[in-house]
Every structure is written in structure tokens, then in C-alpha cells.
Design a protein around this ligand. Structure first.
Ligand code: SAH
Ligand code: SF4
Ligand code: F3S
Length: 492
């Protein structure tokens, strides 16, 4: 591995991109999490841990599992890295700037390690799954003690044991996904809204994307386990769950013993008494009629669909290997709108894909005008080593890409504001999350369609569903007046 200083042979399993790309036929087993080894059960008593989480909701939820494991070993959470005995960076590999942030942070933690040689500094998450990243850490970030990946989070107690009791850097990254591990401990950071994994991995291999390599092949959790987790959350008083997967519409396609897909799951979740159910992310390709029909039942299934389009040009979509074209995407959206006219669509868009012409970019703008998304996450294409798009010839200058991003954002902001204006005067249901970040006298929460609402109201509303009349619309938020329904009842 080009590392002369240390011998990693004992604790060294590095990622391998070729292995990560393979999709075998082997069956995925569902296994139960084994107990924390006895030697590790109290190792953290009187000590703190700090987790720095980057990237998507999948990582946010993985950090909740990591926190669960650490707390079972006696560690307590801290929000201050300086007082922690263990610091973990749960990383994201989706774009270069995401990776740069992590390397910057790793550099900054170096002095903590110098001050406290007993500190365990670990790197996990999607970047750990990349060969180039592990090599770079070995070469230039020798103050790191532990690297583990997305497939072996459940191994943390064992790996931590190795890191604590050996002087070597412990690296264990599996290139091939393992089994689906159930009953992992979790410490959820929120009391109102919870994340629930329904599947892991991605088999879509969009040509620009690193996720299929960092998260492995698609594996669905069994419906019994998912439904039980949601029932338990309902019992605990959670008001909202978000079902997580890179491509939730592929849920269940890997089951060999039954026909049970995402539509079936949503139909069962619909019957659980939890007020709001969201899901992310939906790939347009697998969005089937049964699912649309189930969503049409409404109830706790909210009328918000995040439907990443990536580009409005069929040629670019083809080069991205998205497996749909502009027309099928628009037809799907219209089909959904026929069943759910009040639906709110949001999306992800990449500008400056290799070779994207002005005309092709204009097609993205025209699709955005046609779709009228309520909001969009927009990105400049970032080449990821090992993906097919990284090898494509790219003659679009960075200046042009930046300009395109700006034009797209201006258009989207205009549409977002216009869409929010429509809500003025309407009464919306808000799940009150807490006080506003900007003003402690103001409460804030979200509508069923995930729009941020600020309003003045009594603190006891926090954690509850209430009604607010929208008075002022902004691009990214709404201001309103609380509708005191109890007062109305009293006054008749
Ligand atoms: N599974 C989700 C996407 C997860 S990644 C889906 O397919 O819908 C979130 C978003 O990051 C993607 O939708 C895409 O817009 C963006 N993205 C992914 N890879 C990227 C890259 N190499 N450069 C720029 N943006 C990228
Ligand atoms: Fe990446 Fe495409 Fe999979 Fe989404 S569906 S995670 S963009 S490969
Ligand atoms: Fe990033 Fe991995 Fe999520 S690459 S976006 S953290 S799946």
C-alpha cells in the first residue's frame, strides 16, 4: 500500500472499486445484531463521543445507529469535538466539494490528536468506501486511527476495540455489501420525526454517480421489520416518518419469496397511526401505477414527491443512463397529478454534464418551467473517479457551468416564490418543530408538503400538529398566523 512507516497487515481490509461494482446473485440474509463484546460494554463510561455527519439522510440515520452503538458501550454524546474521546466523521462522496470539506475537517482535528494522543479519530461513511480516499488518508492523514465503511457499521465495537488496544491504524472496509442487519441500537436525534431505512444500496448506476459503489447492491428490509419499526415509532409518539432508500421505488424487487413492492409497503404503512409518512428518493423509472393509486388514498401519505429529474434533455438523460426520457418523465408527473392534483413536486438537477450544449441546458430550463417544481436541489456536475461519466470528454468550461447554475437557480427561485404566493390566505396544517432559528419568540414547523412555516404561537404547540393561516410568502419559507381552534370551539 506504499506505507513504509507502519505495518497494517493485521487490521487492514481496504476497499476495491472493481469488487464494489459487481452485482452477484448471492442471497442476502437478514441477521440479528449480535451483542456488544463483553470487553467493550463499559469501555466508554465517563467518556464522550462526537460525530460529524456529512451528506444525505442515509448518513444522518447511519449516525443515529453509530450513536446507538457507542452509547451501548457507555459513551455519552457531546457537541464539542474538543472534549471527545472519540471523533467520527461520517462522510459523503457525492461531489468533490463534499470530499474537500471532510479533508479540511480532518486537517483541523489534527491538533486535537496532538493534544490528546488517546483520542480515537475515525472516518466512516461513503468516502471510506473509495480506494483513492483510503490511500490518501494512509499517505497524508496518519493521525487517523480508524476507517470503516457503510457495510460494516455493526462491526464498530470490534473495530474500536482494535483501535483502542493497538497502535496501528485500523482499516476495515468491505467492498461487497454484507447481510441486512436488524435490531441495531439507535439513538434518534429527534423526538418528532424519524428516519426509517427500507432498503440499502443502489443498482441504477447512473453514469455520474458514486453511490452504487459506496452503498452496494439493492437490499430491501423485510416488510415485517419495517412495519414493526414504524409501529414502535407511532407508540413512542413520533408524528412523522421518512422512509429511506436511494431508490425507494425498487423496494422489494429483490424478494425471491414474495411479490411485495413499494406500493404494497405504502399501503400497509398507510394503516399505521402515524400522522405523516414521507419517502425519499423516488427514481422516476420504477414509479408504478399501483404506487400512484395507493398515494391517491392520501391519509398519512403526504402529497409531496421528490422526483429527481437531473436534466430536461433526453440526450443528456441517455448519457446519464437515467433510463427515462423527458417525455416519459413529464407523462409520469401528469399521471400523478391526475390522481393527486394538489401534489407538490421537488427535484434534483445537475448542470454541466460532460458535453452539455446550450440547447440541452435550455431544455432543462423549459422542463423546469413546465413542471413548476416547488423547489429544487441544483448542482454543477462533479466527476467521480471510477464512474463512466468521469471518462467522458467534457468541453464545457467551468465558467459556463456556473452561469448555467445561476440561471437555473434564478428561474427556480422565481417559481418557488410564485408557488408560495398561491398559499397566501390559506390555512395549512403545520407540525410544530420548535422555535424559529432567527427569532426565539416565533415557532416554526412544516406543512405536509415540507414547506417551512414561521408563526407566533404558544410554546406548548411544539411537537403538535396545528393550523396556521399563511399571511406572507417568501422563496424558502412562509409566515403565518396561528389559528387557535380551541378558542374557536369555546366561542362556539
Ligand atoms: N438516489 C437519488 C440521488 C441521491 S444523490 C436519486 O437518484 O434520485 C443526490 C443528488 O446528487 C442526485 O440526485 C444528483 O442530482 C446529485 N449528484 C449525484 N452525483 C453527482 C455528481 N457526480 N455531480 C453532481 N451532482 C451529483
Ligand atoms: Fe445515484 Fe442514480 Fe442510484 Fe440515485 S439512482 S443513487 S443518482 S446511481
Ligand atoms: Fe453522500 Fe453517500 Fe448519501 S455519497 S449523498 S452520503 S449515500
Amino acid at each position: 500500500m506504499g506505507t513504509k512507516e507502519k505495518d497494517y497487515s493485521q487490521y487492514f481490509v481496504a476497499p476495491d472499486l472493481k469488487q464494489a461494482k459487481k452485482r452477484g446473485k448471492e442471497n442476502i440474509e437478514v441477521v440479528k445484531f449480535e451483542e456488544i463484546p463483553e470487553r467493550m460494554q463499559q469501555v466508554g463510561i465517563g467518556k464522550n463521543y462526537f460525530i460529524d455527519t456529512f451528506g444525505c439522510q442515509m448518513n444522518v440515520h447511519d449516525s443515529e445507529v453509530i450513536a446507538g452503538l457507542l452509547e451501548q458501550m457507555g459513551y455519552e454524546r457531546t457537541e464539542q469535538a474538543q472534549v471527545a474521546s472519540i471523533i467520527l466523521l461520517n462522510t459523503c462522496a457525492i461531489r468533490e466539494n463534499a470530499e474537500d470539506k471532510v479533508f479540511g475537517q480532518l486537517g483541523r482535528y489534527k491538533h486535537l490528536k496532538m493534544e490528546n494522543p488517546d483520542l480515537i479519530l475515525g472516518v466512516c461513511g461513503c468516502m471510506s468506501q473509495e480506494e483513492s480516499v483510503v490511500n490518501r488518508i494512509l499517505k497524508s492523514y496518519q493521525h487517523v486511527d480508524l476507517i470503516f465503511g457503510t457495510h460494516n457499521i455493526h462491526r464498530l465495537p470490534h473495530l474500536l476495540q482494535n483501535a483502542l488496544f493497538s497502535k496501528e491504524m485500523v482499516v476495515e472496509v468491505w467492498s461487497k455489501e454484507g447481510d441486512v442487519v436488524e435490531d441495531m441500537p439507535k439513538v434518534r436525534t429527534e423526538k418528532l420525526r424519524a428516519w426509517v431505512n427500507i432498503m440499502y444500496g443502489c443498482d441504477k448506476f447512473c453514469t455520474y454517480c458514486i453511490v452504487p459503489y459506496t452503498r452496494g447492491k439493492e437490499r430491501s428490509r423485510r416488510p415485517e421489520d419495517v412495519l414493526e419499526e414504524i409501529r414502535e415509532l407511532a407508540r413512542l409518539g413520533y408524528q412523522e416518518v421518512t422512509l429511506l432508500g436511494q431508490n425507494v421505488n425498487a423496494y422489494g424487487k429483490d424478494f425471491k419469496d414474495r411479490v411485495y413492492q413499494f406500493g404494497h409497503l405504502m399501503d400497509d404503512v398507510r394503516k399505521i397511526g402515524i400522522p405523516r409518512v414521507r419517502f425519499t428518493t423516488s427514481h422516476p423509472r420504477d414509479f408504478d401505477d399501483h404506487l400512484i393509486e395507493v398515494l391517491g388514498e392520501r391519509g398519512n401519505l403526504v402529497e409531496h414527491i421528490h422526483l429527481p429529474v437531473q436534466s430536461g434533455s433526453s440526450e443528456i438523460l441517455k448519457m446519464m443512463s437515467r433510463k427515462y426520457d423527458r417525455e416519459t418523465y413529464l407523462n409520469l408527473a401528469n399521471k400523478i397529478r391526475r390522481v393527486l392534483p394538489e401534489v407538490v413536486f421537488t427535484t434534483d438537477i445537475i448542470v454541466g454534464f460532460p458535453g452539455e450544449t446550450d440547447e440541452q441546458f435550455e431544455e432543462t430550463l423549459s422542463l423546469v418551467r413546465e413542471m413548476e417544481y416547488d423547489s429544487a436541489f441544483t448542482f454543477i456536475y462533479s466527476p467521480r473517479e471510477g464512474t463512466p461519466a468521469a471518462k467522458m470528454k467534457d468541453n464545457v468550461p467551468m465558467e459556463v457551468k456556473k452561469e448555467r447554475l445561476q440561471r437555473l437557480n434564478e428561474l427556480q427561485n422565481e417559481i418557488s416564490l410564485r408557488k408560495n404566493e398561491v398559499l397566501r390566505g390559506q390555512i395549512v396544517e403545520v407540525l410544530v418543530e420548535g422555535v424559529s432559528k432567527k427569532n426565539v419568540n416565533v415557532l416554526s414547523g412544516r406543512t405536509r408538503t415540507n414547506k417551512l412555516v414561521n408563526f407566533v404561537g404558544p410554546q406548548h404547540l411544539i411537537g403538535e400538529l396545528t393550523f396556521v393561516r399563511i399571511e406572507e410568502s417568501r422563496t424558502w419559507s412562509l409566515n403565518g398566523v396561528w389559528q387557535d381552534t380551541t378558542a374557536q370551539k369555546v366561542s362556539g
